[in-house]
Design a protein around this ligand. Structure first.
Ligand SMILES: Cc1ncc(C[n+]2csc(CCOP(=O)(O)OP(=O)(O)O)c2C)c(N)n1
Ligand SMILES: [Mg+2]
Length: 670
């Protein structure tokens, strides 16, 4: 490398440093130090290795890049702007402002080139594992000899905070087990977190051993500014095809500034004086701010031509593939557009009440297996509870290190990573992912559920054992507050079907929905299959609530229920009818779906004139006031459950026909 090249390299690296520092300075908030330390690594990765086309951020075979340390967002925005994505210097100047495309933390769907929303530490790390799993699945599915149409890396930069979060351990352990060799991660080892030195709570030297124990190749770069060492390590990581690689890079937060190696460089502007000193020290012009040397811009913008060529070359390869394998090529487009194949729903079961009662989780398993046979990119699994959640796809193989073609994912007992991995799989493209566990353990995966909702991506979460009705396992396993806790997450649809046929409809909704996550809440215990000749059809589920049974004219009382409590409401209705009291039973599998119905429909289901309204749901009553008003009543649970047979717990805690009838009568008399 000659002197001019060296100089250009230094200028290119410092451009990132000062774009970050200037943007944070202007916004008066943000994180300058980390981009400053990481600039050389980012430069090498993006300049030399990253396969991407800034003009088409959705090119399916691009390398994925995740900034798990989302607080360092200015690093990513600088790279996106410099390499020619649809992001301008003006956008950079609007960092962290209302309506700008450069929000505080990277947000998927908001800024072109941002692969996933990061900020909650550990999430990006695990998302990447999901992306790498998706890549391997699709490669096994589509690639043919001499025709590797799926073949890319997943890169991620993780910080000390990422390394401390538990989800990282979960995801890393699974990645090692699955031998995701195309995963190349960087650990930004700068010894600093918000409270100060990492020594306070973390023993650095063990990260290497820890990841080796997970089955990773671990490489160490002693100096974060050592371009050659970084380049060499990435090459070494690429040549290890079996193990994922972690490259530990010793960097210096706030590099070049008076705040270098100090926690004060983490989350606040350098301040005008220190910024000036830093520019002087690194030989950078003080004015103008946001300075990008023209030769630096054209150097980075070579990515445009390179990217276009790379994609063009891939397109030619894909064309050849399509000629030789027209059917899979067609399927490829369908996968990438998240379309369901023709006839995907032809095997859907219709459940006959004559079969006797059936747990909705069992019905779900039947529906899932029927559709999985038709939808080859529907893949998923459970956090070690497949036999209980009924989510095993029979005869469709296991996703294992030796076979990345299997459609059953075994997450191990790792709910938190499961959630993020599902997100990553969806974000990669080409996959319709689902994941299952007990409803109680949705608590263990709330952060990725929330992020799925924030990103508005249609991941399917399946939760069984949905109430005290699960019985003997007792209060540690009996959800109370989980339902409302999920319902309050924006952009998400929670569905708690009443019986087997509603469960089928819930799956239809989940599979055809393209916006936001869907949560299916299913019972462990048996519930009657509702007679479709006697009651209103389960196909009404997509309206969120419907009158299952009862009065055409406004009734004296409305009984509203969800899931396993719907059949209880129906039994109570019979008793009320015997007493000449007219009632309607409203099955309300999804509040979110009901809320968006036209007012006219809502008034038909819940006539405003009927004030006597009773909700029955074996969970926290919170939220139901919205539907019953101050004059209604709610049979719910303001306490934890108990260990006993399910029917006994239900009975002791008030979920009996008698109690429903009594509370209904009390309401009418009021
Ligand atoms: C789950 C989660 N907890 C807490 C935070 C708040 N937070 C942001 S950065 C950070 C730690 C900073 O240390 P490190 O990850 O090493 O980043 P660096 O300061 O080196 O850039 C914390 C605690 C967060 N973003 N996510
Ligand atoms: Mg750090």
């Amino acid at each position: 490398m000659n002197a001019t090249q060296m100089e250009l390299q230094d200028l290119s690296i410092n451009t990132i440093r000062f774009l970050a520092a200037d943007a944070v300075e202007k916004a008066k908030s943000g994180h300058p130090g980390t981009p400053m330390g990481l600039a050389p690594l980012a430069y090498v990765l993006w300049k030399v290795f990253l396969k991407h086309n800034p003009k088409n951020p959705k090119w399916p075979d691009r390398d994925r890049f995740i900034l798990s340390a989302g607080h360092a967002s200015m690093l990513l925005y600088s790279l996106l702007y410099l390499t020619g994505y649809d992001l301008t210097l003006e956008d950079i100047k609007q960092f962290r402002q209302w309506g700008s495309r450069t929000p505080g933390h990277p947000e998927y769907g908001h800024t072109p080139g941002v692969e996933t929303t990061t900020g909650p530490l550990g999430q990006g790390f695990a998302d990447g594992v999901g992306m790498a799993m998706a890549e391997r699945f699709l490669a096994s599915y589509f690639n043919r000899k001499e025709h590797a149409i799926v073949d890319h890396y997943t890169y991620c930069i993780a910080s000390d905070g990422d390394m401390m979060e538990g989800i990282t351990g979960e995801a890393a352990s699974l990645a090692g087990n699955l031998e995701l060799g195309k995963l190349i991660y960087f650990y930004d080892n700068n010894h600093i977190t918000i409270e100060g030195s990492t020594d306070l709570a973390f023993s650095e030297e063990n990260v290497k051993k820890r990841f080796e124990a997970y089955g990773w190749q671990v490489l160490v770069v002693a100096h974060g500014n050592d371009i050659d060492a970084i380049e060499h390590s990435i090459k070494q990581a690429q040549s290890e095809t079996r193990k994922p690689s972690l490259i530990i890079v010793r960097t210096h937060i706030g590099y070049g500034s008076p705040k270098q190696d100090n926690a004060s460089a983490h989350g606040a502007p350098l301040g005008s004086e220190d910024l000036k000193l830093t520019k002087q020290k690194l030989d950078w012009p003080l004015e103008p701010s946001f300075y990008v040397p023209p030769e630096v811009l054209s150097h980075y913008r070579e990515a445009l031509k390179e990217g276009e060529e790379a994609e063009k070359e891939w397109n030619i390869r894909f064309e050849k593939y399509a000629q030789e394998f027209p059917k899979p090529a067609e399927e490829w487009h369908r996968f990438m557009n998240r379309q369901l194949p023709e006839g995907w729903d032809k095997g859907l079961p219709v459940f006959d009440p004559k079969k006797g009662p059936m747990a909705t989780r069992i019905a779900s398993g039947e529906v899932l297996n029927a559709v999985a046979a038709q939808i080859p990119n529907l893949i998923g699994g459970s956090a070690d509870l497949a036999p209980s959640t009924e989510t095993y796809l029979k005869g469709l193989g296991d996703f294992l290190k030796s076979d990345h073609k299997g459609r059953n994912l075994h997450f191990g007992v790792r709910e938190h990573a499961m959630g993020a991995i599902l997100n990553g799989m969806y974000l990669h493209g080409g996959i319709i992912p689902f994941g299952a566990t007990f409803l109680i353990f949705s608590d263990y995966m709330r952060p990725p559920i929330r992020l799925a909702a924030l990103m508005n991506i249609p991941v399917i979460f399946v939760y069984t054992h949905d109430s005290i009705g699960l019985g003997e396992d007792g209060p540690t396993h009996q959800p109370i507050e989980q339902l409302i806790a999920l319902r309050v997450i924006p952009n998400m649809t929670v569905i708690r079907p009443a019986d087997a046929n509603e469960t089928r409809e819930a799956w239809i909704y989940a599979l055809t929905n393209r916006k936001g996550p869907v949560v299916l809440v299913l019972a462990r215990q048996k519930v009657p299959i509702l007679n479709q000749n006697k009651y209103e059809s389960a196909t009404n589920l997509n309206k969120g609530a419907y009158i299952l049974s009862g009065a055409k004219t406004p009734p004296q009382i409305i009984l509203m229920a969800t899931g396993s409590e719907v059949s209880l409401a129906l039994a109570a209705q019979e008793k009320l009818t015997e007493k000449n009291i007219s009632s309607s039973v409203v099955s309300m599998p999804s509040c979110e779906l009901f809320d968006v119905q036209p007012q006219e429909y809502k008034d038909k289901i819940l006539p405003p004139s009927v004030k006597a309204r009773l909700v029955i749901e074996a969970a926290s009553p919170k939220g139901w006031r919205d539907y019953v008003g101050l004059e209604g009543d709610i049979i719910g649970l303001n306490r934890f459950g108990a260990s006993a047979p399910g029917e006994v717990v239900m009975e002791k805690l008030g979920f009996t026909v008698e109690n429903v009838v009594n509370r209904a009568l009390a309401l009418i008399r009021r």
